[in-house]
Design a protein around this ligand. Structure first.
Ligand SMILES: NC(=O)c1ccc[n+]([C@@H]2O[C@H](COP(=O)([O-])OP(=O)(O)OC[C@H]3O[C@@H](n4cnc5c(N)ncnc54)[C@H](O)[C@@H]3O)[C@@H](O)[C@H]2O)c1
Length: 315
């Protein structure tokens, strides 16, 4: 049997930003209509900082069922390799046949920023123009592009563990955005304190963003921490926010940003306002006042990967 395979290059070429944002909205609408199912990722630790994840899901309206198989090796950037590597396998719900495989590294890279763009477009102030990126890896690149697509970003502050990395990020990206002013920051506070939108896209296990630093009215995409013991936001930041997530089930199982302040008694179990299905379908209100600090907690859903892979294999 010959297996159809979509390479990283094909993913980046075909899965344009507009296309992917549209696909992600479609996934959340499918959840709102009970036409999608998602299972929590099953995680097998390989070694310190290394894991293997399996993420199954079903998209009934597309006749697709499948799973992403992905390794996450956080130290890979030191070798010039992506932290996430794998495949998304798509099967037919009609006869169970394998429709094909798509590169999982590229799909993860592209869809994660697209989901944040959907959340930001709903939650962030319409006039938001300053962006803070905490982290300077693949997702920082993607989030810069995606935030620029949904808001007129004029200035970007960048905080990474080293100034060298912040400067390398800026050098890599600034030629594509001549109308944006980029500033590398030695301290997280300096990067975050005047930002309208903050994206935390680090592999940190402990908070990189403190509530004290966040101005009223800001929107935060918390993307990097995807395990119950890990977090990027401190408890004060979460407590001060109107808090949204991609999926309730994922949030309750995988979100240290939510579970740690919950265990401390700083927030209650009603702190999550709603998930993306309710937000995208308009069943729940996002920002209520100009002063609200909104957080979108992204754990990453198998259905997002499957929707991208299914579309790539069909088109
Ligand atoms: N929520 C989702 O759907 C989703 C999807 C993809 C990736 N992620 C997560 O987002 C994070 C970034 O992914 P990426 O692909 O950009 O990875 P990457 O390896 O390209 O970049 C990682 C970044 O985190 C920084 N970092 C590493 N350790 C740190 C620490 N202790 N404190 C502060 N910063 C630290 C690195 O310097 C680098 O800037 C990872 O944790 C990844 O698992 C989440």
């Amino acid at each position: 049997m010959e297996i159809k395979y979509i390479s990283p290059r094909q993913v980046y070429e075909k899965l344009t930003m507009e296309k992917c944002i549209g696909l992600m909205k479609g996934v959340f609408m499918a959840f709102a209509q009970d036409k999608a199912q998602n299972r929590l990722r099953s995680v097998l630790p390989v070694d310190s900082g290394k894991l293997m994840g399996i993420m199954p899901s079903l998209l009934e309206d597309r006749g697709a069922v499948g799973a992403k198989l992905i390794t996450v090796f956080h130290e890979n950037y030191k070798k010039g390799l992506p932290s996430h590597q794998g495949v998304v396998a798509v099967f037919s719900t009609e006869d169970g046949s394998l429709k094909g495989l798509c590169d999982g590294s590229a799909i993860t890279a592209v869809r994660t920023g697209a989901v944040s763009a959907v959340a930001t477009d709903i939650l962030a102030d319409r006039q938001a123009s300053s962006l803070c990126l905490m982290g300077g890896g693949v997702q920082a690149d993607m989030h810069l592009r995606r935030m620029k697509a949904v808001r007129d970003i004029k200035s970007v502050t960048v905080w990474c563990p080293t100034m060298e990395e912040s400067r390398a990020f800026i050098e890599r990206n600034e030629k594509n955005y001549p109308d944006i002013t980029f500033t590398p920051c030695r301290e997280g506070r300096q990067a975050a304190e005047n930002a309208d939108i903050i994206c935390t896209v680090t592999a940190s296990h402990t908070p990189v963003l403190l509530g004290d630093w966040v101005k009223k009215g800001a929107h935060i995409n918390a993307v990097g921490a995807c395990a119950a013991k890990d977090r990027e936001l401190d408890s004060a930041c979460v407590a001060a926010s109107r808090f949204f997530c991609d999926s309730f089930n994922s949030c309750r199982a995988e979100s240290g940003d939510y579970l740690i302040p919950l265990s401390e008694g700083v927030i209650g179990d009603d702190h999550v306002v709603c998930d993306m299905a309710r937000l995208v379908s308009g069943k729940c209100k996002g920002r209520q006042t100009a002063e609200d600090i909104t957080v979108f907690e992204a754990l990453g859903l198998a259905a997002e990967d499957l929707a991208c892979a299914h579309w790539l294999l069909e088109n």
